[in-house]
Design a protein around this ligand. Structure first.
Ligand SMILES: [Zn+2]
Length: 693
């Protein structure tokens, strides 16, 4: 019993046996490939197709068609890909946003996954692996098809972590597969030219530390996963207020060990402008602007348990100053701390065939560019490698040809648009003519890379294989951030408690580290969280609810919706909100209680602020977006945020929606469409005479 994955290895044996399964459905004549490109925008596809820049997609569209693909409420990747997989609206699959809120405490948590930490006997021996369960409801079409004998390969589709068992199939997890710290991607940045003020944890998930050299050498450490045994001991100590001096001392000692750390040293050769990083017996030699190979790391929890990870390092400069970037530590595909594939051996098989590949769900370095710890060139070099890691996995499975249905998703188009939109929009506050000259074609280049990838896949398959190219949503410019909670305060829907004097100032909230600490819930009727979501503080549902369900609720949501539509940009008079959707008009299903009461659909140019997403209410209603994260889709009106559908065969139905893909696939393989799916099949079965009743 050496590793945390022990218990899961036993389950792997069971999975391998179960995968023997029946042969594929006898009536199927053609195979089906779905290539997903997150965030591919229909207007940009049409423009660059007209200009002859996307020849393979144009060829496919010529055979079948190019369509706008209606997205979901809200138009975000987790929601839209969950609807893609299940054919259901969010009221049935329960993924409304990246965040979920706890109605009792009003606190946000990362959606999609529920975690329970591992447990240890006598604080030493692992007796239970960490338990991860998806919060997504509904059944994926590859599971339904697999049960009927359709063989599938499902590759890095968002919202497939933790991996579900796929009968007659294989699945490699995508988002929200975390890094070694359990986050969406904690990067590390070590530099000599940092002030103490800059050190610490950044808003967007970086650990920034100053390097202090003694001669040519500096010591530092990588902060790894939370230490499960120490956290267990800390939890057992109970709440701090009752601490004796001895208990307080014990608490401080434990808190210092609350994360598993890996020390390393840096030796700097200033004349040669190089550095050697020594870590766990490995020496990594780096010149300026050079990336390392993959570096494998062991995070040892105790003699019995260690967690294996892998990362890449980048030396930005080593002349006047030394700046070292270390990418988020990915789970190692050969020995991940929990399953990342179905069957569990599939990720290991891929590793043995392909070598290292990124496992982190959010594979691109958006946060370090946003925090200005990487520059545009480095971000783009890295983004192409992320693209190629996903592409090589998909191509290797296309070649394996042991499937009837293959679904592979690449998210790099979404990431490049989030970060580089400012360079194709001269009206964006972060537009920079010089950067635009150098990197203004980044988005176009990634679309062209996507097109070339479609070409690579087409060259490997026969004419009978049906191909769909799908994106989950389009894109908009994010020029101004709208503080929705600030608006709720100004309109009297939310009340803040000023500290001391009773004065209510918005400044009190700004910079506060505690969620909602100044909100007077007894006089608050609505609050905003996530991307464009507004919740009513409803009695009996929220912990300190004041609004009665029924007539009072209905009057309130009507009033807020109407008022939001009147919101104008004070500088220009422009409309800010294009649509406001009420819960019962857009969602239905068993998870309705988790739905927002209002979903705001912003006009292009305006988006909920990051502060609002996390429940904050800064002083200003509107703020120019001064971040490099400059394009977006979440919180924009779903009517103007459609994705793309390119089909190699003609559709039998107009106006396709992303919820139609799942029933379309089932019908394609001659299977009945389950009654609880909200979508409908877009084309006829490949062999209509084999249609089941
Ligand atoms: Zn996105």
């Amino acid at each position: 019993m050496r590793r945390l994955v022990f218990a899961l290895a036993a389950a792997a044996v069971g999975f391998a046996v179960a995968c023997g399964g029946p042969p594929p459905h006898a009536g199927v004549s053609g195979k089906l490939i779905i290539l997903g490109f997150d965030g591919l925008d229909p207007d940009l596809v049409e423009r660059w197709m007209r200009e002859g820049k996307l020849p393979h997609m144009a060829g496919l569209a010529g055979r079948g068609g190019l369509h706008h693909l209606e997205t979901t409420h809200s138009p975000e990747s987790p929601t839209a890909w969950a609807s893609f997989a299940t054919g259901m609206n969010a009221g049935k699959h329960n993924i409304y946003d990246f965040l979920v809120r706890d109605p009792q405490t009003y606190l946000p948590d990362l959606g999609m996954v529920h975690r329970e930490p591992p447990r240890f006997l006598f604080g030493t021996f692992p007796i239970a692996a960490p338990r991860l369960t998806s919060t997504r409801g509904g059944t994926s079409f590859w599971v339904t098809a697999g049960e009927a004998g359709v063989r599938s390969s499902i590759l890095t589709v968002p919202v497939t972590f933790p991996p579900e068992h796929v009968p007659n199939g294989e699945l490699l997890s995508g988002l929200p597969l975390p890094d070694i710290r359990g986050t969406m991607g904690t990067f590390y940045y070590f530099a000599t030219d940092l002030s103490r003020f800059e050190e610490g944890r950044t808003e967007f998930g970086g650990l920034v530390r100053r390097l202090v050299f003694d001669g040519n050498d500096a010591q530092a450490e990588l902060v790894g996963p939370p230490h499960p045994i120490v956290r267990q001991q800390l939890a057992a100590l109970g709440a701090p207020p009752g601490d004796t001096p001895a208990a307080a001392e014990a608490r401080r000692a434990l808190e210092a060990q609350a994360d598993v750390r890996v020390p390393f040293s840096v030796t700097w050769n200033r004349e040669a402008r190089t550095a050697n990083v020594q870590i766990q017996g490995q020496t990594i030699h780096l010149g300026e602007q050079q990336w390392s190979r993959w570096v494998e790391l062991d995070f040892r929890i105790n003699a019995f348990v260690r967690v294996r990870g892998m990362t890449q390092m980048y030396l930005a400069t080593a002349g006047q100053a030394l700046q070292l970037y270390i990418a988020p530590v990915n789970w190692h595909p050969e020995r991940p701390p929990a399953d990342i594939s179905s069957p569990p051996s599939f990720a290991r098989d891929l590793y043995q065939r392909l070598g290292h590949f990124r496992t982190l769900g959010w594979a691109e370095a958006t946060w370090p560019l946003n925090e200005e710890r990487l520059d545009e060139k480095t971000f783009m070099d890295d983004l192409y490698r992320a693209f190629d890691d996903r592409a090589q996995v998909i191509l290797s499975r296309v070649d394996a040809a042991n499937w009837d249905l293959l679904v592979g998703v690449i998210e790099s188009p979404d990431r490049v648009q989030h970060m580089m939109w400012r360079l194709i929009d001269p009206q964006h506050p972060m537009y920079d003519a010089e950067l635009a000259r150098l990197y203004g074609d980044s988005i176009e280049q990634v679309y062209r890379r996507s097109d070339a990838f479609v070409g690579e896949v087409l060259a490997r398959i026969d004419e009978d294989t049906t191909v769909l190219v799908v994106s989950d949503h389009g894109f908009h410019s994010f020029r101004y951030a709208v503080n929705l909670n600030t608006w709720l305060v100004q309109q009297g829907y939310m009340t803040l408690r000023g500290p001391g004097t009773g004065d209510k100032t918005l400044d009190d909230l700004f910079g506060g580290g505690t969620f909602w600490e100044h909100v007077d819930w007894s006089r608050t009727r609505a609050y905003a969280m996530g991307l464009g979501q507004i919740y009513v503080n409803q009695r009996g549902r929220e912990g300190q609810g004041v609004v009665a369900a029924g007539a009072e609720y209905t009057a309130l949501v009507d009033e807020i919706a109407a008022a939001l539509l009147e919101l104008r940009d004070p500088r220009t008079g422009a409309t800010i909100v294009r649509n406001v959707y009420q819960r019962d008009d857009i969602y239905h299903g068993p998870h309705l209680d988790n739905a927002p009461d209002l979903q705001v659909g912003f006009e292009s140019g305006y988006r909920t602020s990051w502060q609002t997403a996390l429940g904050g209410a800064p002083p200003q209603l509107l703020e120019p977006n001064l971040r490099k994260w400059s394009g977006d889709h979440g919180a924009f009106d779903f009517e103007t945020t459609a994705g793309v559908l390119i089909s190699s065969v003609r559709l039998a139905e107009d106006a396709p929606r992303i919820i139609d893909i799942a029933p379309t696939v089932l019908r394609y393989f001659g299977l009945p469409v389950p009654a609880d799916m909200d979508g409908r099949a877009l084309f006829e079965a490949a062999s209509p005479d084999t249609l089941k009743p």
